[in-house]
Write a protein that binds this ligand. Sequence first.
Ligand SMILES: O=C(O)CCC(=O)C(=O)O
Ligand SMILES: [Fe+2]
Length: 324
Amino acid sequence: MGLNTIDLTAFLEGKISPAEEQELARSFVDLSSRWGFFYVRGYESVVPKDLVDKVFQYNASFFDLPQATKDRLAFVSSKANRGYLAQGREQPSLSKDEDQIALERAESGDQKETFEIGNDSDPVCPEHWPEEDELPGFKETMNTFHRLCDKLHLRILSLLAISLGLAPDFFVAANNGRAHNLRLLHYPPAKRSGSSNRLGAHTDFGTVTLLWQDGTGGLQVTGPDGDWVNVTPKEDTFVINIGDILQRWSNDKLKSTVHRAILPSLQPGEDPEELTKTRRSVAYFCNPNSEAIIECIPGLGEPKYEPITAGEYYAAALEAEIGV
Ligand SMILES: O=C(O)CCC(=O)C(=O)O
Ligand SMILES: [Fe+2]
C-alpha cells in the first residue's frame, strides 16, 4: 500500500465548509497517527510553485560553488544550526548514543551534503550566507521561502489543533517564533557497487517537516506494519512528516516515522557500472519556540513524558549526530 495524499486547496484558500473542514481534520489526524507521513497537494496559494522551482535551482547552484567557498560557510554548532555540512559530518541515526552513531558513520556514512538556514532575523545566531556576488539572489529567495513555509506551517498546525478537538489557535503561542530550519540537500551521483545508503534511517526532531523532493526517488518510510515503503516523487506535492517533539507533545498519539534515503533502484537499460543520478531535496523542519515547554496536550491521556524545553531537546539531539 502506498502513502495517502491530502488536498489543502480549499482549506488554505478559505473556501471550505465546516463539514469539509471536519472531514479534512479527521483524515489529517488519522494519517498522522497511523503513518506519520503523507503527501500534500494544493499548497500553492501560500507557497507559489515557481518559488519552489527557484529554491531547487538554487539548491543546484549552491552546491556547485567551489568547495572552499562552502567550507568557509561551515556549520559550527547545533545550538545555532546554520551553515554548510560537508559529506560525512551529520550522521542521522535511530540511536542517541554518540559511539554507536560514530560506528554507523564509519561503516556506511551518508552520501550527502546539506546547507542549513534559520530565521534570518534571529538576533543571536547569524546565517552563514554566501556573499551576494557569489550567488546573487540566493539570500532573498531563501528568506522569502522561509517566511512562506512558516505561514503554511501555522495553517497546518491550526488544522492539527482542529483535528485534536482543540481551539484552532492552540499551537500558535508556542510556535510563532519561526525557529525553523530550512535545509537544502544534495545527494551526489554514487556508485552502485558501494553502500546504497544516502541518508541513514532516522526520525525528525521537531513538530512537522515539510519536504519537497526532485523526481529521482529513493526516499523510504516505515509503514504501519514496519516495512519500508517508497515515497515515490509526485508532481506538485510535498510530504509532511511528524517529528519527535510532536509525538511527545501528543503523548504518542501522532507518530514520528522512521525514514531514510537509498540509491534509486536500477532501471531497465541502466548500466550498473555507471554512477546514479544526483538527488536533491528541500526540507523545512518546523520547531516550537526554543523556550516553549512541551508537555502533554490536554485530553490525550495520562502523560508518558516529563515536560521538556523545545530548544534544549532539539540541540542535544542534533549535537549527537553532528558532534558540535
Ligand atoms: O532527502 C530527503 O528526502 C529526506 C531528508 C530528511 O529526511 C532529513 O534531512 O531529515
Ligand atoms: Fe528526516
